[in-house]
Write a protein that binds this ligand. Structure first.
Ligand SMILES: [Fe+2]
Length: 262
């Protein structure tokens, strides 16, 4: 696995985003949100392109705004939409992204991965998390915490000793809770206060109706547009654990902003 190390001693507010899937207005809304919330560093942890097409536009936004990158996985039906709007130059650039990134911050090393620290295409679901396994990964990389994405379902898991594991959700698709908003994570880092850091899953709204109408006009399958409009997934449900498969409308309404002091 290719690992890239980044200095981060001056980093105070890190935004972590993943899973844009070519959803340009949702990514733009998350970028505006992160910049207006004083994030000094932005990391994108994979799956830039996907079902919406618009790959080159999405990658232009990522080039301009993110200083830390991690590779995603690609495949499935959505791949055809992604590839037809992806230049050879950007295809090559995507191939250069590392599998993992390690940031050396004031609170310790933070690991960024796509699926899990072990596998780019592993899904880490909240209902199946095992603290022992999460701690073993942190031990392996001598890290205080890690961020992943890939599943599309955000969560925060606090671990003993101010350690943490976070799924930042995805910026290109809602999280199957009947709410069309999208998600990313912000972590605050400080060595002056105890506990040393705070992490939040941010909920971001954008004009999903206008975007879905545009994509329909461009020939994108309705199965990809329904989740954007309704916040409910149309595919991939069979492989979810039972707890995640259930449409959780209550969570969508109440977890406007999920924060954990670490
Ligand atoms: Fe993925």
């Amino acid at each position: 696995m290719k690992i890239e190390t980044h200095p981060g001693q001056n980093l105070r507010r890190l935004a972590v985003m993943g899973g844009a899937y070519g959803n340009v207005p949702a990514l733009e809304a998350c970028l505006r949100h992160a910049h207006s919330n004083d994030c000094d560093t932005l990391a994108f942890i994979g799956d830039a392109t996907g079902c919406c097409g618009h790959s080159d536009e999405t990658l232009a936004l990522i080039r301009r705004n993110f200083s830390i990158l991690v590779a995603g996985n690609c495949g499935c039906l959505a791949h055809q939409y992604a590839m037809r709007s992806l230049s050879a130059e950007n295809r090559k650039w995507l191939g250069d992204w590392p599998d993992l990134a390690l940031i050396e911050t004031v609170v310790g090393k933070i690991l960024l991965c796509h699926g899990s620290p072990a596998r780019t295409n592993e899904f880490l679901y909240e209902s199946e998390l095992d603290n022992g396994g999460l701690n073993a990964w942190l031990d392996q990389f001598q890290a205080v915490g890690f961020f992943c994405t890939h599943s599309g379902l955000p969560w925060i898991r606090r671990l003993a000793g101010n350690r943490f594991a976070v799924n930042c959700g995805v910026v290109g698709k809602p999280d199957h809770d009947g709410d069309p908003a999208v998600h990313y994570a912000i972590v605050e880092l400080s060595n002056r206060t105890a506990p040393p850091s705070k992490v939040a899953i941010e909920r971001v709204e954008y004009d999903y109706d206008e975007w879905a109408n545009q994509l329909a006009g461009e020939g994108v399958d309705e199965m990809f547009l329904i989740p954007l409009r309704t916040g409910e997934w149309t595919c991939g449900l069979a492989s979810l654990p039972a707890a995640e498969r259930r449409l959780n409308r209550v969570a969508g309404i109440t977890s406007q902003r999920q924060t954990s002091h670490l």
